[in-house]
Design a protein around this ligand. Structure first.
Ligand code: DGY
Length: 327
């Protein structure tokens, strides 16, 4: 009998087709997010649940369920970030969790660089002006932004995406500084022309652009707070393509409003898609709807990566991208 697999959102067509060949699959063609109650019920009905960032599998979803009651043995997350899944609860119930690293690093780093350029060169403002019919023509003092080349690009979290961002920033001849919890081998830093700093304080105070590439979750919630933002240059920009919870919105909105920093570029938010409305009134922030991995190639690759993980699991092989605490 084929394992029964629940896909919580609509996936690329070719990947859904492949899933249907391999598994007894339940698709979500209407593409509406499942409620937490539906997610809880799925634990009793399916061998595998294939989640995304829009599924909140916090402790309450698993609460009170006994290991002997669950049918689900693997959660194959479509995405690299997994802070929306309570790993401790999954572990308690013997459920393995996997993610999809590597395949989205380049596209996510592209979005970070795009946000940097858009924020620094005022692309969002410029487009709004033009579309609103307010452009009065070229003039030497019109919509002056910040030069990016030769500036300092500060990276928080030097994993795969952070490295891909560094590689791109080198193309702009930027000075690359890195903050990472563990020490990065000198050979790796040299490969990216990067210098590792010992503290976030140093990174925030020395960088012209701070780009976040660390995981979300409890340990990094509001890592970027009023104090750290207060250390940034008044000409500095914050870029977030990591997770919304890493930034304290109130603090960021306050420094943007008061022009304590020059601007920000955000692709991820607390409480997506219900973003803090104060951002909408600010011209010095560029806002994107979580597009980091949103290219056809990458979204297909993410799907096939999930298939590799669950296929290995059901063949009793170690899934390549195990992230659960059971590893
Ligand atoms: C990721 O892979 O983590 C993206 O942000 C989509 O969830």
């Amino acid at each position: 009998m084929k394992p029964s697999v629940l896909v919580t959102r609509k996936w690329p067509t070719s990947v859904e087709k492949k899933l249907a060949e391999l598994f007894d699959v339940t698709l979500n063609s209407v593409d509406e997010p499942l409620s937490q109650a539906q997610m809880r019920n799925a634990l009793f009905d399916h061998d595998a649940i294939l989640t995304t960032v829009t599924d909140k599998l916090d402790a309450s979803v698993f609460d009170g369920i006994k290991p002997s009651e669950v049918k689900t043995r693997i959660i194959g997350n479509y995405g690299v970030g997994f802070s929306h899944i309570d790993l401790a609860s999954a572990k308690r119930l013997g459920i393995v969790v996997t993610n999809t690293p590597d395949v989205l690093s380049e596209c996510t780093a592209d979005i970070a660089v795009m946000l940097m350029l858009m924020a620094a060169r005022r692309a969002g403002e410029g487009e709004r002006e033009l579309r609103n019919g307010e452009w009065t023509g070229w003039r030497p003092t019109h919509m002056i932004g910040h030069k990016v080349s030769q500036k300092t690009f500060g990276i928080v979290g030097f994993g795969r995406i952070g490295k891909a961002a560094a590689q791109r920033a080198r193309g702009f001849d930027m000075d690359i500084k890195v903050y990472n919890r563990s020490r990065i081998a000198q050979a790796v830093l040299d490969e990216y022309g990067a210098t590792q700093l010992d503290s976030l304080d140093d990174l925030f105070s020395q960088s012209d652009f701070v780009s976040l590439h660390c995981p979300g979750g409890a340990e990094n919630t509001h890592l970027v707070n009023q104090r750290l933002l207060g250390l940034m240059k008044s000409s500095g920009f914050l870029i977030n393509t990591a997770r919304g919870e890493v930034v304290d919105d109130e603090a960021l909105i306050s420094v943007l409003k008061n022009n304590q920093i020059a601007g920000a570029g955000l692709d991820v938010f607390n409480n997506e898609p219900l973003i803090n409305k104060a951002y909408l009134a600010l011209d010095n922030v560029v806002l994107l709807p979580h597009l980091g991995s949103a290219t056809e190639t990458t979204r297909d690759s993410m799907g096939y990566r999930v298939i590799d993980n669950i296929s290995a699991f059901f063949r009793e092989l170690p899934p390549p991208d195990l992230v659960s605490l059971t590893k």
